[in-house]
Design a protein around this ligand. Structure first.
Ligand code: DHB
Length: 311
């Protein structure tokens, strides 16, 4: 029997699949559903210093190849998620805090607070497409300022939730910063800003018009970012792939590209928490059929993808 146990920043996860920040993970009842599912970790909604109501509805729409959302960071404020991190300890799976600053200075307070909490890891979101600011992850001076501030706290594993980079030179820049500041994991990619129009109603499908595109639309871009960063970074930096994973086959492709685990967002919103068990089972079946016993077995084979002779 194959198993999909894996490690992120040295922390063990019972399976390769868990929830991405942002979908049904803002309040205790929603997080409890994730805790009771086969999601191998509990990732919480990106939080800000103060609670926020978020943008006007409709702010999420399922579409042909995925979804669009402009939630506007509705969350209960970081203090609540610090309480939740303690509450969810009893489930014996990693609790991942996600923090989103509205300005560069916010990150220091947010990361400092979670470093003293019961959260197991901190995902630093520098790629939210739905605030009034431009995305910090595209401004390398801003990223360096954030990293300078937050890397002073050396306690829990710190990761960066990255935006999609559409040119390899940006992957090179960000990988230099990741190495310089000893970041332990990266999550790539966040949703990509776009617009979806309903031709029948002749209007955008969400109130805010523009929003983050997720799901099938972005899978090849996510795979490209995972692979480029896998080749640029020391293998000590764990990579979490996210973007269009709705089947075991998708997860297996991310594994071949270099991801140590994957997160699921759009498929979770559409299908509910059963998606975690289903995708895990499908991945196990693929591993079994290829005679791989573990995630580690496949990792040893990943370099084949580097070889141009295969194409
Ligand atoms: C929101 C959307 C994101 O893609 C993200 O990374 C964080 C927050 C939002 O609009 O709530």
């Amino acid at each position: 029997m194959s198993n999909t146990e894996t490690y992120i920043a040295g922390l063990k996860l019972d399976s390769y699949i868990f929830n991405a920040s942002g979908v049904n993970d803002s309040v205790l009842e929603e997080l409890e559903i994730i805790a009771n599912s086969k999601s191998s970790a509990i990732t919480m909604k990106s939080c800000t210093i103060e609670p926020r109501k978020g943008n006007k509805e409709p702010r999420y729409a399922r579409t042909a190849y995925g979804s669009i959302q402009s939630m506007g960071l509705p969350n209960l404020g970081y203090k609540k998620y610090i309480e939740f991190a303690s509450y969810f300890k009893k489930y014996n799976k990693p609790v991942i805090a996600s923090v989103a600053g509205l300005c560069i200075e916010d990150y220091k307070l947010l990361v400092g607070a979670f470093q003293k909490s019961d959260a197991d890891m901190i995902e630093v979101n520098i790629s939210c497409p739905n605030t009034d600011n431009s995305i910090f992850g595209y401004d390398f001076e801003a990223v360096e300022n954030i990293l300078y501030d937050i890397s002073k706290f050396k306690n829990k594993p710190l990761g960066l939730k990255l935006p999609a980079y559409l040119d390899s030179s940006y992957n090179k820049f960000i990988s230099k910063l990741i190495r310089k500041y000893n970041i332990s994991f990266i999550t790539c990619i966040n949703s990509i800003g776009g617009l979806i129009i309903n031709s029948e109603t002749e209007s955008p499908v969400i109130k805010n018009r523009f929003g983050g595109i997720s799901g099938n639309y972005i899978k090849p871009i996510a795979l490209g970012n995972v692979r480029r960063l896998y080749e640029l970074l020391d293998k000590k930096v764990s990579i979490i792939g996210v973007g269009g994973i709705s089947s075991g086959q998708d997860a297996f492709e991310f594994l071949l590209a270099g991801a140590d685990a994957v997160q699921v967002a759009t498929a979770f919103e559409k299908e509910g928490p059963s998606c975690f068990r289903r995708i895990k089972n499908e991945l196990e079946e693929i591993l079994e059929s290829k005679n791989y016993k573990s995630i580690g077995d496949v990792k040893g084979r990943r370099e084949v993808i580097s070889s141009p002779s295969l194409f």
